[in-house]
Design a protein around this ligand. Structure first.
Ligand code: PEP
Length: 250
């Protein structure tokens, strides 16, 4: 495993308001000046312009929470990668479990979204993760491998350019967290899967997500195949998010 800069990415989900965003981003920017890791916030689309302005001159990166598989056209409600680029977006989450669950996003669609992002200079953060029922049925490995295989199948030629996020669905927003050992086990097998597709698998950052917080971040981020975090709830509170950033800087 080669040493690489960790990525701590916040996922605001459908939260935020102009005034609250202002305070949150200013506090994060002020507090992350000495961060040794990379930091991003994935914000709701209407706030991209606001956060682009608030973060200017800082090292904070901007992310989106989704991206259309299409570049333009009659797709009401969708936001394309070229549009996101115009707002300085560097990362786009694809295949978050909430999109898979509530919007019926399939493995194939997620792979196409990753392709669209890459084609326009945006790094997809491709999410994989098993539900509680799947874990209890012993299907964790099969599920995450299937989800990642779809992304590799479509994007194999530039798979070392993506970011992967392993987020056990049972840990997202529930306060339940995978133990560092449980998490590392899955991260290691995702790394192995990437290694079969690219000689540069060590370059790929595999983030961990699912109720990561100020208290548990350090032990998760200390695992050899955990290269950062995708942080939901705790990214909405500057002090908590900054503590996770500090843990990612060690
Ligand atoms: C997420 O939204 O990707 C997430 C991991 O949420 P939380 O940290 O709130 O579990």
């Amino acid at each position: 495993m080669t040493q690489k800069r960790k990525l701590i990415a916040g996922n605001w989900k459908m939260n935020g308001a102009l005034q609250a965003n202002d305070a949150l981003v200013r506090a994060v920017v002020a507090g992350m000046q000495d961060a040794a890791c990379e930091v991003a916030v994935c914000v709701p689309a209407p706030y991209l312009a606001q956060v682009q302005m608030l973060k200017s001159g800082s090292k904070l990166e901007l992310g989106a929470q989704d991206v259309s598989q299409h570049a333009s056209g009659a797709y009401t409600g969708e936001v394309s990668a070229p549009m996101l680029r115009e707002f300085g977006v560097r990362y786009a989450i694809v295949g978050h479990s909430e999109r898979r669950q509530y919007h019926g996003e399939t493995d194939a669609l997620v792979a196409e979204k990753a392709r669209a992002a890459l084609a326009h200079g945006i790094t997809p953060i491709a999410c994989v993760g098993e539900t509680l029922a799947e874990r209890e049925a012993g299907q964790t490995e099969e599920v995450v491998k299937r989800q990642l295989a779809a992304v590799i199948h479509v994007n194999g030629h530039c798979i070392s350019e993506i970011v992967v996020a392993y987020e056990p669905v049972w840990a997202i927003g529930t306060g339940r967290t995978a133990t560092p050992e449980q998490a590392q086990q899955v991260h290691a097998l995702l790394r192995k899967q990437l290694a079969a597709a690219t000689a540069q698998a060590d370059r790929v950052r595999i983030l961990h997500g699912g109720s990561m917080n100020a208290a548990n971040a350090a032990s998760l981020l200390a695992q050899p195949d955990i290269d950062g975090g995708l942080i939901g709830g705790a990214s909405l509170k500057a002090p908590d998010f900054l503590q996770i950033i500090a843990a990612g800087s060690r």
